[in-house]
Design a protein around this ligand. Sequence first.
Ligand SMILES: Cc1ncc(COP(=O)(O)O)c(C=O)c1O
Length: 367
Amino acid sequence: MIPVFEPLMKGNEEKYVLDCLKSNWISAFGKYNEKFEQEFAKYCNVKYGVGVTSGTAALHVAVASVGIKKGDEVIVPDFTMIAPALAVVYQGGKPIFVDADSKTWTIDTNKIEEKITKRTKAIIPVHIYGHPCNMDPIMEIAEKHGLYVIEDAAEAHGALYKGKKAGSFGHINAFSFYTNKVITTGEGGMAVTDDKKLAEKSQSYRNFCFDKERRFIHHDIGFKYSLSNVLAAIGLAQLEYIEETIKKKIWVAKTYNKHLGKVRGLTIPFESRDVRNVYWMYGILIENEFGISRDEIKKKLFEKGIDTRFFFTGMHKQPVFNQKGNFPVSEALEKKGLYLPCSVNLTEEKIRHICNCIAEIKNNPSK
Ligand SMILES: Cc1ncc(COP(=O)(O)O)c(C=O)c1O
C-alpha cells in the first residue's frame, strides 16, 4: 500500500534523542527545547518560539494569550481542520465561519468583513494544505477593526507570501509538528511571535500559569502543554534539513501536475502569484466531467494499493457547531476533494504509477 504520508528521519534525529536519554533529561525545558524554539523562531523570522505538545495546544495558548474569553467572536475559515475552531471554544469564545476562496481554498478575504460584529476580537487565517492565505487584506481588515490575527500555519512550514514566511504576519501564530507535517516531532507544536508579552503569556499558559515568584500559586487557568526535550530533539534535527524537505514536497507536487494537469475533469492545486505553496498535502478536485465519482475513485485506488483521503468537511456542517449559513465553496471542496500520497520519499516512478491508475480508472471504469 502506498500510504498518504510517511515521515522521513534522515538527519541527526537518533543522535540528538540518544543525547537526551544519556543526559537523563527527557521532560520539558531541556537544552533541545531551548535550541529548537530559538532556531524555529529564527527560521520563521520572528523573535520567540513557545514549544508545546501539539498544534492544537499552540493555537490554544495563542488564543488564550490574546485574551479571548466568553462571549468573544473569532473569525475562522469554514474549510479547515477543526483545531482552530476548538481553540476558540476552549476559551469560551465563538468561532464565526467564513467561506473559502475557490482557487486557493484558504479563507475568502472578501467575505470576512460582513461577519465582523462588536464582539469580534480576532481572525484565525489557516494556510490550507501549504498554500498561504492572502495576508495583506487580512492584516488590513484586522488593523481597521482592531483585531488580533493568529495564523494557523500547522500545514505551512516554510510557505512564503510575498517573500515573507507564513507564521510571521499575525500577532501570534501556531505550527503543528504532528507526524504528517512538513517537519515533525511525532506529536508537538509551537506558538511563534515577535511580541514579548504574548510570548511570556504563552509560556505561562503552557505550564499551569505558575506565579513567577511563588510556585504553586496560580492567578489564571493554565494548561499542561510543555513539549518534552526528546521531541524537541527530533524537531531540531528535522529543522536542519527543512528546506530540502520543502524542495522535495514541491517536486512531488510539480511531478503530479505534469502527469495530471491535462486530465479532463481534474482540477490540480493552485499557486497564487507571489507565494510559495509548500504543498503539505497534494489535493485534487474531481469534477463532473471526470465521469466517475470521487468516492468511487478513492475505492478503486485503494483496491490498487493506493491510499488517499477526502478533504475536510466544513465547520458549519459539524454537528458540534451546527452553524447555519451559505458556504458554497467549502461544500464543493468537501464533495470533490481528494488528496493523494505525498511523502517526500516518493519516486517519479511511483507518482507516475499513481497517475496511470487514475487514468485507467477514467478510461476503464468497469475494471
Ligand atoms: C490546519 C490545522 N490546524 C491545526 C492542526 C492541529 O495540529 P495537531 O494535530 O498537532 O494538534 C492541524 C492538524 O492536522 C491542522 O491541519
